[in-house]
Design a protein around this ligand. Sequence first.
Ligand code: BDR
Ligand code: CA
Length: 313
Amino acid sequence: MHEQRKIIIDTDPGQDDAVAILLALASPELEILGITAVAGNVPLALTEKNARKICELAGRPETLVFAGAVRPLVRKLVTAEHVHGRTGLDGPVLHEPKMPLQEQHGVDFLVETIMAHDAGEITLCTLGPLTNVALALIREPAIAAKTREIVMMGGGFFEGGNVTPTAEFNIYVDPHAADIVFRSGIPVIMMPLDVTHKALTTARRIEAFRTLGTQVGEATAKLLDFFERFDEEKYGTDGGPLHDPCVIAWLLKPELFSGRHCHVAIETGSELTMGMTVVDWWRVTGHPPNAQVMREIDSDGFFALLTERLARL
Ligand code: BDR
Ligand code: CA
């Protein structure tokens, strides 16, 4: 086997975050140095606990889970219980985790771990608001040159937003953090709504998880049954978008995705368009590209990968 890619997952679970974490845990190409939780879909006390619940579901209680920021840098925390349920992981019955939460603060873990490795060794996978990563960049700006890249679920351009007409949830919750991250010089691989809205949890795809006949397959099916009901109603589709696993899938099979290298700026001034990811798709600004903005996905290939990997847990 090739050398494993070292990753840190920053996340606010969330059913789709949970599936992303399961995909990463199931994939031998990846070495998960730690999981840092952030406030987002639900408050931090739940997201850190949810991250531990998922590690235990996967049979991986030795995974290091850290709690990070309790709220965004500037704005008040906005959560999404109407989508994810009261716990953030509504759907299956998951027992209270027994594995410990690490004592170290998630932001300290990010800084210390990235600084302790060689430049280009660590990939950050961000599945929630970017508060922890921005705080780490403020605390130790040298991590920017050390980080290989950030693979991020966030933003939307052609597809618009999902919490306001122009903003996607992860960027909207902490636009100031996103602004810091996109200006940091760390290469970003961005999985916007333009991609994730094409990765739909159709009945057939959920059934494939259920028929794995494993605890993980059953729990995944229940998580997604719950998760999709809001978006099916909203978008009138068979299934809802499965956002966050796209990040991990790109690490495993980048050929499933295509996009364009361009400049992305974050709106932090206007209340009307707060948190918009302004993508210079046609390269009209002359600003140098800071992100690989994905637009297309082979969704059958993506779900086949997901099913094959979850079967291993
Ligand atoms: C993003 O927001 C959250 O609700 C999901 O977990 C995903 O990260 C989609 O906009
Ligand atoms: Ca998320």
